[in-house]
Ligand binder design. Structure first.
Ligand SMILES: NC(=O)c1ccc[n+]([C@@H]2O[C@H](COP(=O)([O-])OP(=O)(O)OC[C@H]3O[C@@H](n4cnc5c(N)ncnc54)[C@H](OP(=O)(O)O)[C@@H]3O)[C@@H](O)[C@H]2O)c1
Length: 322
């Protein structure tokens, strides 16, 4: 058994990672900014939830003490230059410093497919700079770059299903952008695999599903799975921009931002073999098909939310635990 510190363990991917670490017999520590955010993982018997400021290098160094490895899943999808820099670049620098001070060398860092210093979106550019910061540190590092992630609790295909439950037509920005969605359980499996296999040290691995779909095809599949398929109306670029700008300015977490739109200027699919970056297939991991998994968590009975998602919501409310 190892002791693993999971930064971002309360999030969508983090919850699945914590469950798989648990099954593999690892003891985990999950820091959070707000204890309420940990409601979906605190039931796991080998897991400890702590409230902490992981941006403080002293606090993070103390947290790391006694751990064998760190997994970093902390990220934001929406923000500005400053917030992306803080979460995707400055925090990795702080993590590297805390690793050095506490003597923890092993780090599995989750970045994103398309991370590149010349990428069209702030999100992807900041993710690339974060990778560079960690590559330069004296760490036993594995970098994982997932494409868009689906699975129970996702805010991607569940959202597509919900929109079609509400609206007679689905107006969609970036409808022709190609994605290679990967199942959250496969992402978690790759993270645990990386931890358990020291040969992954020094590698950057893309995590993708077996099929490529346009966003329009994904929207149609989500609508069909939810039992409310609607016509999908691809928005022209200018209209898509104003839709994203409007959503960005509306109160609350935006469904879409102009930066998300920028990211969709390039396909979100595995790099060509000539790029020298491998996928999880190089580890012998076979990803699940979206077509097979989708009906297991999006069903018609709750307007796009299948039975497993309802269990997740009950667990979050503390009315059910595994
Ligand atoms: N979801 C996808 O489709 C997708 C696709 C490609 C790559 N990824 C990558 O996969 C990783 C996990 O993504 P996810 O979807 O699980 O994200 P998520 O659900 O949004 O979770 C984010 C986590 O980060 C923590 N966090 C967020 N902002 C923070 C801040 N300012 N300071 C400290 N902690 C903060 C949150 O913890 P608390 O709120 O508890 O503090 C939460 O546990 C990220 O690196 C993401 O870029 C995700």
């Amino acid at each position: 058994m190892s002791n693993i510190l999971v930064l971002g363990g309360t999030g969508f991917v983090g919850r699945h990672v914590c469950e798989q670490l648990q099954r593999a017999g690892h003891r985990t520590t999950v820091p959070t900014r707000h204890p309420k955010h940990a409601d979906q993982v605190r039931h796991l018997p080998l897991l400890t939830v702590l409230t902490a400021n992981i941006h403080d290098v002293n606090e993070l160094t103390q947290l790391m003490a006694g751990h064998d490895a760190v997994i970093n899943l902390v990220a934001i999808l929406h923000g500005n230059e400053r917030s992306f820099e803080q979460v995707h670049v400055t925090l990795p620098r702080t993590i590297a410093q805390a690793c050095e001070r506490s003597g923890v060398k092993r780090l599995v860092h989750v970045s994103a497919l398309g991370a590149a210093t010349d990428a069209p979106s702030m999100y992807q550019r900041s993710k690339a700079r974060g990778e560079q910061v960690l590559q330069a540190a004296p760490l036993d590092l594995t970098v994982l770059r997932p494409s868009v992630i689906f699975g129970e609790g996702d805010s991607f295909l569940n959202l597509f299903a919900r929109v079609q439950h509400w609206l007679p037509v689905f107006p969609l920005a970036g409808a022709d952008t190609r994605f290679q969605p990967v199942w959250v359980e496969d992402v978690a499996r790759a993270i645990v695999h990386a931890l358990d296999h020291p040969t992954s040290v020094g590698q950057t691995v893309e995590l993708v599903g077996p099929e490529v779909f346009t966003l329009r095809e994904l929207a149609r599949m989500a609508g069909q799975a939810a039992g409310c398929p609607r016509p999908v109306l691809g928005l022209p670029r200018a209209l898509a921009y104003f839709q994203a700008l409007f959503m960005e300015m509306a109160p609350g977490v935006p469904l879409m931002s102009t930066d998300n739109l920028s990211a969709m200027e390039v396909p979100n699919v595995a790099s060509p073999a000539s790029a020298g970056v491998t996928t999880q297939a190089s580890w012998g991991l076979k990803p699940a098909s979206l077509r097979a998994v989708l009906p297991t968590y999006i069903g018609p009975e709750a307007g796009g939310l299948g039975p497993r998602n309802r269990l997740l919501r009950l667990r979050a409310k503390g009315r059910w635990s595994a």
